[in-house]
Design a protein around this ligand. Structure first.
Ligand code: BGC
Length: 736
């Protein structure tokens, strides 16, 4: 039996090699595939139990029930884009620990989370499940998530390796991406999860990368993951992904999921018998699987058939804290925090039926969930009259969406008119609009960034009727905000999990400071976004044509306006970043540079600020002849501070050579080309443009550190000389 609250893994420390020596070939092969959707193969005669796996990133769904909702309940923490908005590793690890406790309640020792793909395009259906557009923020929060999970004796599974950023034809499409972009953006959170987070499992993606399926790809799974990064855990497929027996067996895949086996299991035993796969490859897989399971105590932990989730106060508290820390105040003319109101009109479909999570495999059945309407009624109840009008409906299924579309625009007129009247008669209108798990879901991309249904019209007409309108956007990814300048206040509350309503009410009435900051740029128009024109791709290819210029890197390089910049978010108090000091004026190659930032709460309320540190390369990132294109600046450090009125503190951020490095590929053809032209084999002038070794390089020079409150609100710029050099950084240099 599992002890649900047991924090320390109880490793049985089995002699794995001795166990493998006693197995038949068929038994070994059977261990490399699931037996059903959620269990690995058991070998009773050797005392090897099945190990249970469970989704996912915002709760532990468990292994029962034919569909996502008829399962036993779980705590439902905010979805990952909300966790991204907390910018707080401690909040994230507390929330993920709650999920892991619930996984253990359900006898599961492997959690299929976190998802660390990037918000490349606003319309991707699974953005809500991912932290950010920025790989460094994603990586740091993934490391926190993993530590929260693994401290509970549950294996975390970082997913989906790699470039899994569209749902359209996701099982076959090929993400076409250059090596430097792969390394600097899309692989970075995985690298951090492995090298800083010591994650114990990894899931490959459905899609192909540059034409090849990842589970078959030795370069990803053996050379990079295990060779360069030192990954010691197990690699599994995504559910029913495309895999071939021989290539995947040689390439480094350990576990095919779900069962019954197709490419591994009996097919792998056959391939070994026929001499197509070396038995040593199979032994390696079994060794990695059993060692990893044993390390967290799963081999001494028979699966308990009953699932007995507990609704623990500490799990509720972790979910509420994360939901509150994620709420981003985008604009505020002073209407918030609410106070002294006789009558409040709560409006909008999501006020009553909020989206607490997105759709697909991340879905869980929450123990309970609190709507904004319920929470606001409770909090504003005494002395404040609260009226509610949905104003319009938000479809929760394809059938409903079809019916609304065919009913036409006129159908919502009556409901909108009632909402407008309610707003007119109230002191303040709070309009909660957004999407839900039908509009934002695994398996389907959105068609437009516009709010579904008549919601935009509803918001605009409510604002016209009552200028004191607070608009709350309940979505997991960016939506168009044509009314942004007209609302008295604008709030992004994401998919906030079961405690969304309480957390939102806390912030609206001022019991909590709006502590969230945008983990993703909110664009003005879809046509401005980096992957516009390359999403979701065509002819089976998704061209990552924007390369390194993704997210804020793109808007900055192109001088494009944005609705709200990456990192933005207001507080109810005010902060000043007073001074920035570096521990030295020069960073030597294997050194660490400390950056101390003095922050003061200059306002009258307690509140939170997120200090953000971006590194800008010499020359500001343009690509002079002989140089490399560099993004104008990139996030390389951050810290959240909480300060009372008048209080000051100093935060310390640390930078090392990797903070200034870029990835360069090997150009093996260069000497050949030169000799063909009759030139020298080595041209010192172009040597730095054509490397003989791939790796992370640092150009020597003067770099700028931009310290501020968002990518667009920089309070101080300080310069630092960086040593750099012609050789790549040693492999031991940590990514973050
Ligand atoms: C998803 C994974 C998930 C798995 C199991 C797949 O469709 O892509 O993220 O863990 O299903 O439900």
């Amino acid at each position: 039996m599992t002890g649900p609250d047991k924090a320390v893994p109880d490793s049985s420390a089995r002699d794995i090699d001795e166990l493998i020596g006693r197995m038949t070939l068929d038994e070994k092969a059977a261990l490399t595939a699931g037996v059903d959707a959620w269990h690995t193969f058991a070998i009773e005669r050797l005392g090897i139990p099945p190990v249970r796996l469970t989704d996912g990133p915002n709760g532990a769904r468990g292994a029962t029930g034919p569909d996502y909702l008829s399962v036993t309940p779980s705590v439902c923490i905010p979805s990952a884009s909300a966790l991204g908005a907390t910018w707080d590793p401690d909040v994230v690890s507390a929330a993920s620990a709650a999920v892991a406790r619930q996984a253990r309640d359900k006898s599961a020792r492997v959690l299929l989370a976190p998802t660390v793909n990037l918000h490349r395009h606003p319309l991707w259906g699974r953005n809500f499940e991912c932290f950010s557009e920025d790989p460094f923020l994603s990586g740091k929060l993934a490391v926190a998530f993993i530590s929260g999970v693994q401290a509970q004796g549950v294996i975390a599974t970082v997913k989906h390796l790699v470039c899994n950023e569209t749902e359209f034809e996701r099982r076959t499409s090929s993400s076409e991406v250059d090596e430097r972009t792969l390394r600097e953006l899309y692989l970075l959170p995985f690298e951090m999860a492995v090298r800083e987070g010591d994650v114990l499992a990894l899931m490959t993606s459905y899609n192909r990368v540059n034409g090849r399926y990842v589970p078959d790809n030795e370069r990803f799974l053996s050379e990079i993951l295990r060779g360069e990064w030192g990954f010691r855990g197990l690699v599994m497929t995504d559910w029913s992904a495309g895999v071939t027996t021989i290539e995947a067996a040689r390439g480094g895949l350990d576990l095919e999921m779900p069962g019954p086996a197709r490419a591994f299991g009996p097919a792998l035993a056959r391939a070994v018998r026929e001499g197509e796969v070396d038995e040593a490859h199979l032994d390696d897989k079994v060794r990695r699987l059993l060692r990893t399971f044993d390390e967290i105590g799963a081999l001494a932990d028979p699966v308990d058939k009953s699932e007995a989730p507990l609704d623990r106060p500490e799990d509720r508290a972790a979910a509420r804290r994360a939901a509150s820390e994620a709420i981003v105040l985008l604009t505020n003319d002073g209407v918030l925090p609410l106070s002294g109101l006789a009558k409040v009109a709560v409006i909008g479909p999501n006020a009553e039926l909020p989206a607490v999570m997105g759709g697909g495999s991340a879905r869980v059945k929450p123990h309970y969930s609190v709507s904004p309407l319920e929470a606001l009624r409770q909090r504003l109840g005494f002395g404040t009259e609260v009226v509610f009008e949905a104003g319009c409906a938000l479809a929760t299924s394809a059938a409903e969406a079809g019916a609304t579309a065919s009913a036409g625009a006129g159908a919502s007129e009556h409901a909108i008119a009632r909402a407008v009247e309610a707003a007119r008669q109230a002191d303040v209108a709070i309009v909660v609009v957004g999407t839900n798990d039908y509009w934002e879901s695994e398996g389907v991309d959105r068609e437009t960034m516009d709010l579904p249904g008549a919601q935009s019209e509803l918001v605009e007409r409510v604002i016209a009727a009552n200028p004191r309108s607070v608009v709350v956007v309940n979505s997991g990814a960016p939506v168009s905000l044509p009314f942004a300048d007209d609302a008295a206040a604008l709030v992004q509350c994401w998919f906030g999990g079961q405690e969304l309503g309480n957390a939102l009410a806390d912030v609206l009435v001022g019991d909590a400071d709006p502590a969230g900051r945008l983990p993703v740029t909110l664009p003005e128009r879809i046509e401005h976004t980096p992957a516009f024109g390359n999403f979701p791709g065509e002819s089976g290819q998704v061209r990552y044509g924007e390369g390194l210029l993704m997210g804020y890197r793109w808007y900055e390089a192109r001088h494009l306006p944005v609705r709200f910049p990456f990192g933005h978010g207001l507080s109810y108090t005010s902060f000043q970043i007073k001074a920035v000091r570096t521990s030295a004026s020069r960073l030597v190659r294997d050194g660490v540079l400390s950056v101390d930032v003095d922050v003061v709460n200059t306002g009258k309320r307690p509140g939170s600020e997120v200090v953000q540190l971006y590194v800008a390369p010499p020359g500001g990132g343009t690509a002079p002849p002989g140089g490399r294109l560099r993004p104008a600046k990139q996030l390389k450090g951050f810290a959240k501070v909480r300060l009372g009125p008048g209080e000051a503190t100093t935060v310390r951020l640390e930078l090392s050579a990797r903070s200034f490095a870029y990835y360069d590929v090997e150009d093996a053809a260069w000497p050949v080309l030169l000799s063909r032209l009759g030139g020298p084999h080595h041209d010192p002038e172009t040597g730095a443009l054509h490397r003989s070794k791939a790796g992370w390089y640092v150009d020597p020079g003067t770099y700028q550190l931009h310290v501020g409150r968002s990518s667009a609100d920089i309070a101080h710029i300080v310069e630092v000389d960086v040593e750099g050099g012609p050789e790549p950084l040693p492999a031991t240099e940590r990514p973050g």
